[in-house]
Ligand binder design. Structure first.
Ligand code: TXA
Ligand code: MG
Length: 339
C-alpha cells in the first residue's frame, strides 16, 4: 500500500497501528526517509534487514519523539549528552548511549551501545507519538543504494516489501544525521551530517574528533560498507576548481562521443563543460544545496543509464564535510586528486 493522500496527519493513526502490530512503515524525516519497525518486536526488526538486504552486523538508529522515551533505552545520559540534546533535539543528531539490557541485540547488532535520535519532521514526530514505542529505522533504501530523499525513491527500492510508504515530498537536509559517540574522553563524530563539527564544538566547548575511515575497525559499523553507489562507475575529482574542471574536460574529450558520461558540477562551473549531460550540484559556498540534491542526482544518473559519472569535489567545510564524505563513499574510493 502506498499512501499518497494529502490528509496524512489523519492517516498516521493507521500507520502507527501497523508499526505497533509488527509491520514496516517507511516515513519521511528531515534527513532521509526511514524504514521503521518498533524496537520491542524482534520479528519486525528482522523484517527490516530482510527488506533492505542489510547485513545483520550493522546496527539501527532508534527514533523517539520525546526525551522521556530515553528511559526505555539507555542506562545514563551524561552531561555532554544532556547539553547536546537540549541544543539539537529534535534534529539531525544521533547520539550513542550505553544501552539497557532490554534493548534488543537485533537493534544494536550485538553492541552494548544504542544509537538514538529525535527527528524534527512533523510527520515523523506525530507518527512516533502515536506509536508510543521507540522505532528503529535505517534509511529506507536497498542496502548499498543512495539513501531516499523523496517518497518515489522508497517506492523504487522497497515497493511490495513493506506495509506502508508515507510519501511527503523532499527531505529538508537530504543527507543522514550526524552520528556522535560520547563513549571516550573526547567526543567522536562517527558519521558527519548537517549538525556540524563546529556546531557540536561550540556547545561542548571542546574539540571533537572525526572517526578515521578505517575499513578494518569502523566505529560506526555501517561506515565500512560501500554506500550511496550509483550503478555506473563514478570518479570524484578533488583539487582546485580550475584543475578539476580542466581534468574532467580533458577526459571528456578523450572518450567516444557515444558513451553516456554524466558530470556532476557546481552551479558556478556548469558552463565550463561543453557537454550534454551536466547536473547541477548547487553553489560552491552553499554545501547544503549539494546535500539536498546529492542522492536524487545519483539516482537520476541510473535513470539516464549513465555509463560513467565524473563528480566535482565539494569543499569539506561545515555541511560540506558530510557531503564530501558521502561523495567519497558513492565513488567507492575512486578519488582522483588534481592540482
Ligand atoms: O538520518 C538518519 O540517521 C537516518 C534517518 C532515517 O533517521 N537513518 C540512517 O540510518 O541513516 P542508517 O541505518 O542508514 O545508518 C545508521 C548508522 C550506521 O552507520 C550504523 O553503523 C550507525 O549509525 N550506528 C547505529 N548504531 C550504532 C552504535 N550503537 N554504535 C555506533 N554506530 C552505530
Ligand atoms: Mg543507510
Amino acid at each position: 500500500m502506498i499512501n499518497l493522500l494529502p490528509n496524512q496527519f489523519e492517516r498516521l493513526a493507521c500507520a502507527a497501528e501497523i508499526l505497533r502490530t509488527g509491520g514496516l512503515v517507511a516515513f519521511p524525516t528531515e534527513t532521509v526517509y526511514g524504514l521503521g519497525a518498533i524496537c520491542t518486536n524482534e520479528q519486525a526488526l528482522l523484517k527490516i534487514f530482510a527488506a533492505k538486504g542489510r547485513p545483520g552486523d550493522n546496527p539501527l538508529i532508534v527514533h523517539i519523539w520525546h526525551e522521556t522515551q530515553l528511559k526505555e533505552l539507555v542506562t545514563e545520559i551524561n552531561p555532554k549528552a544532556a547539553s547536546l540534546i537540549s541544543e539539537f533535539w529534535p534534529g539531525p543528531l544521533t547520539l550513542i548511549f550505553p544501552k539497557l539490557a532490554q534493548v534488543s541485540q537485533v537493534v544494536t547488532a550485538g553492541l552494548e551501545t544504542v544509537a538514538v535520535r529525535m527527528p524534527r519532521h512533523p510527520i515523523a514526530q506525530e507518527l512516533l507519538r502515536l506509536t508510543g514505542i521507540p522505532v528503529a529505522a535505517p534509511s529506507a533504501n536497498l542496502s548499498g543504494r543512495p539513501s531516499p530523499t523523496r517518497g518515489s525513491h522508497v517506492v523504487d527500492d522497497l515497493f511490495g516489501k513493506v506495509n506502508l510508504i508515507i510519501e511527503a515530498g523532499y527531505c529538508e537536509a537530504g543527507i543522514e544525521s550526524t552520528v556522535l559517540s560520547l563513549a571516550s574522553e573526547q567526543p567522536v563524530i562517527l558519521r558527519p551530517g548537517s549538525v556540524t563539527k563546529e556546531m557540536i564544538e561550540a556547545v561542548l566547548g571542546e574539540t571533537v574528533a572525526l572517526a578515521e575511515a578505517d575499513a578494518e575497525r569502523p566505529q560506526a559499523p555501517g561506515m565500512k560498507y560501500q554506500h550511496y553507489a550509483p550503478q555506473a562507475p563514478a570518479v570524484l575529482f578533488e583539487g582546485s576548481q580550475a584543475a578539476v574542471v580542466k581534468e574532467i574536460n580533458r577526459l571528456l574529450i578523450k572518450q567516444a562521443p557515444s558513451k553516456k558520461i554524466v558530470v556532476m558540477a557546481s552551479t558556478e562551473n556548469l558552463k565550463a563543460y561543453h557537454h550534454e549531460w551536466v547536473l547541477d550540484l548547487g553553489h560552491q559556498t552553499i554545501p547544503e544545496e549539494a546535500g539536498v540534491r546529492l542522492y536524487d542526482l545519483l539516482r537520476f544518473c541510473d535513470q539516464l543509464a549513465a555509463e560513467q559519472i565524473y563528480i566535482e569535489g565539494v569543499a569539506a567545510v561545515g555541511v560540506g564535510l558530510a557531503v564530501a564524505n558521502r561523495l567519497r563513499k558513492a565513488v567507492g574510493g575512486n578519488v582522483v586528486k588534481v592540482d
